[in-house]
Write a protein that binds this ligand. Structure first.
Ligand SMILES: Nc1ncnc2c1ncn2[C@@H]1O[C@H](COP(=O)(O)OP(=O)(O)OP(=O)(O)O)[C@@H](O)[C@H]1O
Ligand SMILES: [Mg+2]
Length: 496
């Protein structure tokens, strides 16, 4: 068999434009059988677009796309795609169906068999158990619409794993998983690759994970392949970052023009059954642990209706906010971790997405003359690539949409800013700059609460970290000088 015949999929000189914007300008990419292949590149480089063309949800303009079977024979695109499963960057589940139905239904459709509930439930259970046995035991009959983002992510992954696919494309599947779930997922992928010859394409902006899981990598930059199928171990982190065109990572971010205002003032106290944490203005409190605990705390902080366990006290604030609108007006900002469903305003242009919080806090819901400049400044600070301020946010890449959510609160005079995975899907280069921008905000007196499933991030940015165990109970506050990955792993019950 020639080298090319070993590839389950190969792509040559692929091009794609949206309107006048060339997005893919000549991509070469191929995946061999049994290979775990990292697809790398900065935000907007074209990774998701390439994946959409491989799976057939977008069409190519030019170039070639081949699928081959295990003996090296060419397949038609339709037959080739039957062997491919994908976990998209944003969840693609049917909310009014159960977990079991979401996992099993696609397979039934393909084979045009009738839906067999018992068989479906068994398949779904087996697939979900590979990642989380406890969740599989209780979740099968729940409606997907009632799941948290994190649980939905596990359902998507289970669906791909159970599909019997020979190639799985995972577009940032771990952005919402905890360390232990990621470890389990990687275990499953390695086993399937080794024993069943499964091929995996893995997109991630987390360097540590890329090294853990991928034996081969390709790097694309601005729509072109710059590194094709090189052993991951042959490239240093620095070399990868340089190939991505992000050598500026090491450089200091530039200051932005938006006016800052000092927010010195009262501390905030958050209490749960006698256990309380005082949050001083100007400090960054990290939140670590499996989602159950952080989710309830954050719901209380931002005034979501279902938060009863925690109380938040601060002079001049009500015990609970009536609405996000009230929270914003009183100086409490929130960057949601669920950008697709709760964060992005899909039907409004980029400029409205960026300026939404500013308009609320200033009490003017209408666009003002100077807003264009303000919006551009914010976008430049976060290196947002967009054709026009008036385009819809769905024309932006995943990481770029995340930046819109952050831009909304950046340098607004807030007393409290609650961040849920604020750098989710943001590329390595911009992450560093976001850390600095948020430190700068803290320096003006804003108190920051920062939940991250990436412990390395918490270690880098936080003054103290509030940890939750896997049951959702707070297990202690660690001060900066005591912080370490081991300490966090122990307190969150996620020691390997
Ligand atoms: N429907 C669309 N209309 C116009 N432009 C689009 C559309 N979809 C994507 N683009 C543009 O294509 C480029 C590549 O986007 P893509 O989503 O493939 O990037 P990515 O590499 O997946 O980035 P990220 O790491 O942020 O997910 C971006 O500049 C984006 O703005
Ligand atoms: Mg993407």
């Amino acid at each position: 068999m020639t080298e090319d015949q070993k590839n389950i999929v190969s792509v040559r000189s692929l091009t794609k434009a949206y309107g006048a914007t060339a997005v893919l300008k000549g991509i070469d990419f191929s995946v061999a059988r049994g290979e775990i292949h990292a697809l790398l590149g900065g935000n907007g480089a074209g990774k998701s677009t390439l994946i959409r063309i491989i799976t057939g949800t977008a069409t190519k303009d030019g170039g070639e796309l081949f699928f081959r079977d295990a003996s090296g024979n060419l397949l038609s695109e339709t037959d080739g795609r039957l062997k491919v499963a994908v976990v998209h960057q944003e969840l693609a589940l049917l909310p009014h169906l159960t977990v079991a139905e979401n996992i099993a239904l696609p397979h039934f459709r393909k084979g045009s068999r009738l839906y067999d509930r018992r068989l479906a439930t068994r398949q779904a259970h087996d697939a979900l158990s590979m990642i989380d046995r406890d969740f599989a035991a209780v979740a099968l009959n729940r409606l997907v619409g009632d799941l948290s983002l994190h649980e939905g992510q596990m359902v998507e992954i289970a669906r791909a794993l159970s599909s019997g696919a020979e190639l799985i494309l995972l577009d940032e599947p771990t952005a919402n998983l905890t360390a232990i779930e990621t470890e389990r997922l990687f275990g499953v992928l390695r086993r399937l690759a080794r024993d069943n010859g499964l091929s995996v394409v893995f997109v991630s902006h987390r360097m540590k994970e890329i090294r853990q899981i991928a034996n081969v990598c390709s790097i694309i930059r601005d729509g072109r392949t710059v590194v094709k199928s090189v052993p991951t171990g042959d490239l240093t982190d620095r070399a990868i970052v340089e190939h991505m065109g992000q050598a500026h990572v090491m450089a200091a971010p530039r200051a932005i023009r938006v006016a800052q205002q000092s927010m010195a003032g009262e501390p905030l106290t958050i209490t749960e059954d006698g256990f309380s944490v005082v949050l001083q203005p100007g400090t960054i409190l990290g939140v670590a642990g499996a989602p159950a605990g952080p989710e309830t705390l954050i719901a209380a902080l931002v005034g979501a209706a279902h938060a009863k366990r925690w109380t938040v006290t601060r002079a001049g604030w009500p015990a609970r906010f009536r609405s996000p609108h009230q929270a914003a007006r009183l100086g409490a900002g929130f960057v949601t971790g669920d950008r697709a469903h709760r964060g992005i305003l899909h039907s409004l242009p980029i400029i409205d997405n960026v300026l939404a919080s500013r308009r609320v806090t200033r009490g003017s819901l209408f666009a003002r003359k100077h807003e264009g400049v303000e919006c551009l400044d914010l976008m430049q600070a976060l290196k947002v690539k967009a054709g026009s301020l008036w385009h819809l946010p769905n024309t932006l890449s995943g990481g770029t949409q995340q930046k819109l959510l952050l831009a909304r609160w950046l340098n607004l005079p807030s007393r409290l800013l609650v961040l849920e995975e604020p750098t989710r899907g943001v590329d390595i280069g911009t992450k560093r700059e976001i850390y600095q921008l948020i430190r700068d905000m803290a320096a003006t007196g804003t108190a920051i609460v920062w939940w991250s499933t990436e412990n390395a991030e918490l270690l880098e940015v936080c003054d103290r970290v509030l940890a939750f165990d896997t049951e959702g109970r707070s297990s202690g506050v660690i001060e900066r000088d005591q912080l370490s990955e081991d300490r966090l792993a122990t307190l969150t019950g996620m020691a390997a």
